[in-house]
Ligand binder design. Structure first.
Ligand code: HEC
Length: 317
């Protein structure tokens, strides 16, 4: 009975073991179970209360039993309890790991030279240190065999694997996060739902200057093939997001529109191309040709011949 650890160790220890087991067994995705499922907080509270209740019951049982003892037995019990409170096992482990000599016994290990009263003890290396040293040797042997003899994997492979895994994770993320378009990734959205959403955004925000049919007013004609700031989905998206030239009146819409909304309205504008508005504004800017469109042979020839390669030239490109 008296070998028990004190309650203030037992309760937290059991509590955190149960907490740990719970987190381990409940599959709660990214977040810890205690946040994902608030009911577990209630469960833990119950566990804590039950642990405290058990402690109280045990101590009262102990108390009752103590009262039934004879005077002599009571004394013996108290004495043994006081003794066991000492942390004998911790002390013995500590002693075994340091192997220090008690000051009284230092005479046994003192060396016989003496420099002006300064003398030297022949202490052994502390075992904790020696064990660590052995551990590093074992680690080194395993490491050597695994990576230099068997050639398990190297930094480059590890890097490539991580990049590949990250790319998959990014793709997964993009599927759920439609808002994640920017000028580099934006594509023409051909779905009817996106285009009608784009039309709605256009009617609410843009018709004042570009007219309902895109024929132009304060802003330029959006239906012709002349563009001041460049045509094609990427340029149009960029113009909408960042605004036109200073002082012209076309503001940066990224303040008020979400990326996906800008992609929708940009796609809608492109569908206006080639239509004939009621009162078209005269063309401004230049005819825009898509540099990515493969039309003539000359442009295809212009592939870069010089390849720069260095140690960082891996999986990413
Ligand atoms: C206050 C008037 C005004 C409003 C509102 C406005 N624009 Fe403009 N927009 C302009 C002007 C002016 C320009 C020309 C900018 C320049 O010359 O730099 C322009 C240019 C553009 C261009 C580039 C045209 C080209 O030839 O390169 C696009 C695309 C465009 N606007 C789309 C939109 C969209 C989409 C909206 C609504 C979300 C919108 N604009 C709202 C005034 C406006």
């Amino acid at each position: 009975m008296s070998t028990r650890t004190p309650w203030w160790i037992r309760i937290p220890l059991l509590f955190f073991i149960i907490f740990g087991l719970m987190e381990y067994f409940i599959d709660s995705g990214e977040k810890p179970a205690i946040i994902e499922y608030p009911i577990t907080q209630f469960f833990l509270l119950m566990v804590l209360l039950i642990l405290i209740a058990i402690e109280l019951i045990l101590s009262s049982i102990e108390n009752v039993m103590f009262q039934t003892l004879s005077e002599e037995a009571k004394e013996r019990y108290l004495a043994s309890k006081a003794k066991k409170r000492e942390w004998t096992w911790v002390k013995s482990i500590y002693k075994r790991l340091t192997k220090t000599k008690e000051i009284e016994k230092e005479g046994e290990i003192i060396l016989d030279h003496n420099y002006d009263g300064i003398r030297e003890l022949d202490n052994v290396l502390p075992p904790w240190w020696v064990y660590l040293f052995y551990a590093t040797i074992i680690f080194a042997v395993v490491y050597l065999i695994r990576f230099h003899v068997a050639g398990d994997y190297d930094q480059k492979l590890e890097y490539e694997q991580e990049v590949a895994a990250a790319k998959i994770a990014i793709e997964e993320y993009k599927k759920t996060a439609k808002d994640l378009v920017d000028v580099n990734t934006v594509e023409f959205l051909s779905e009817a739902a996106d285009l009608s959403a784009g039309e709605k955004i256009f009617t609410t925000n843009c018709v004042a200057c570009h007219m309902a049919d895109g024929g132009g007013g304060i802003g330029p004609n959006l239906t012709d093939e002349y563009w001041i700031l460049g045509g094609g989905i990427k340029n149009v998206f960029n113009t909408i997001s960042e605004g036109g030239r200073d002082g012209k009146g076309m503001i940066a819409w990224k303040q008020s529109l979400k990326p996906v909304e800008m992609a929708q309205v940009a796609s809608y504008i492109l569908t206006l191309g080639g239509t004939t508005p009621a009162d078209p504004k005269a063309p401004e800017g230049e005819i825009w040709v898509d540099p990515d469109a493969p039309e003539s042979e000359e442009t295809i020839e212009e592939t870069p011949t010089e390849q720069v390669s260095d140690s960082t030239d891996v999986a990413m490109n």
